[in-house]
Ligand binder design. Structure first.
Ligand code: NAD
Ligand code: GLY
Length: 366
């Protein structure tokens, strides 16, 4: 999966916490792409049992010229391991290798590895530098950018974490060649998300290129990753800590997190739950007057063409409402949804439970 020799760079502007997002092919093997990383004696690559055999050695070799010691930690793979015991394995490795407060952590993998490594970096010795090396489409277009780090709690998704920015994000598109099709589709959900909330011209482009994206056309993937990162960088640059605007990036996530938690973490992929959650959120937007039925149908068709589920699981309306109340956007027990107020623009709204129940009745399996 080759695009161009020199990577494209999207800057995320956050004052002293600004950093580059490099996007290109075959980046892992070239140590000059890591010039933004602070000098240190020790590096710890955090990855998992699936990604380590694919890309662990290549990254270790590249970093060997920059650090005296490069350690590699393989975590168990999966959303079910995004928890305290697995996070603690990172602290165990840091302490047993005698890592100091200059040690740089490298998150090599998808969003699960990225979120956990970022959280470990935020808290080890009160904060050490870290680098995101995302290897899933979802992580390249969303989770590696913007500094949200977290683990799950049995009662709620991503409930324990910190805002903590990486020093560099390195999106090597070549790593997408080994991604299973279901994971590729999960990443497409987060790409589609940027259209309704921010950029309908991008939505038109995705509609016209969805087969190329599903077929992993290198130029199409490169454009989709770059535009997604540009949008995410623009939003996070205005509202790093989600006091307002950044919440729009959670379009589909209130329903989606309920699906993930309600089904048991790992049964539905995060991107699958977000894809389906966007359809429910679009129906809610229609009922609140932001979009028409044709728009909802357009979004739903695109989600389906991306290879994602479009019918929500039958958890029962009361269970959905219970799960959605635990969402981080809730205030005083009132659920707040990201809804489309006009195509290309999103806002946060509460909605009467009765309207939410109508949406669930319309969109859930029998
Ligand atoms: P994931 O990290 O579980 O990765 C998906 C699967 O692909 C895993 O089995 C992984 O081992 C495997 N994999 C990774 N790279 C591969 C490659 N190149 N080839 C083959 N297999 C590969 O899932 P994800 O979809 O990347 O991330 C989902 C997580 O990200 C969720 O926990 C979600 O909450 C989080 N997230 C965080 C943010 C944020 O802003 N921090 C945003 C969106 C999602
Ligand atoms: N994925 C949502 C955010 O980063 O804010």
């Amino acid at each position: 999966m080759r695009v161009s020799a020199s990577p494209e760079c999207v800057e995320i502007q956050l004052g002293e916490r600004s950093y580059p997002i490099l996007i290109g092919s075959d980046l892992l093997g070239d140590s000059t792409h890591f010039d933004a990383v602070p000098a240190a004696a020790t590096a710890l690559i955090v990855t998992n049992t699936t990604v380590a055999p694919l890309y662990g050695e290549a990254l270790r070799r590249t970093l060997a010229g920059r650090f005296r010691a490069v350690h590699l930690l393989e975590l168990p793979d999966g959303e079910t391991h995004k928890d305290w015991p697995t996070l603690n394995l990172i602290f165990d490795a840091l302490l047993s290798h005698g890592c100091d407060r200059k040690t740089v952590l490298f998150a090599l993998g998808g969003g699960v590895v990225g979120d956990m490594t970022g959280f470990a970096a935020a808290s080890y010795m009160r904060g050490v530098p870290f680098v995101q090396v995302p290897t899933t489409l979802l992580a390249q277009v969303d989770s590696s950018v913007g500094g949200k780090t977290a683990i799950n709690h049995p009662l709620g998704k991503n409930m324990i974490g910190a805002f903590y920015q990486p020093r560099l994000v390195l999106c090597d598109l070549s790593t997408l060649a080994t991604l299973p099709p279901r994971e590729l589709s999960a990443g497409l959900a987060e790409i589609i998300k940027y259209g309704p909330i921010y950029d309908m011209a991008f939505f038109d482009w995705i509609e016209a290129n969805i087969e190329a994206l599903v077929g992993r056309d290198p130029a199409a993937l490169a454009h989709a990753v770059r535009r997604s990162c540009e949008i995410k960088a623009a939003v996070v640059g205005q509202d790093e800590r989600e006091t307002g605007l950044r919440a729009i990036l959670n379009f589909g996530h209130t329903f989606g997190h309920a699906i993930e938690a309600g089904m048991g973490y790992g049964r539905w992929l995060h991107g699958e739950a977000v894809g389906c959650g966007m359809i429910l959120a679009a129906h809610l937007s229609q009922r609140l007057g932001g979009v028409d039925a044709a728009f909802v149908q357009r979004l739903s068709a695109l989600v389906e063409r991306a290879g994602l589920p479009v019918t929500a699981p039958a958890l029962g309306a009361e269970r959905y409402l219970e799960l959605m109340r635990i969402d981080k956007k809730s205030e005083a027990g009132e659920i707040r949804f990201v809804v489309i107020d006009k195509p290309g623009s999103a806002v946060m709204r509460s909605a009467p439970d009765a309207v939410v129940r109508e949406v669930l009745a319309q969109c859930c399996a029998d």
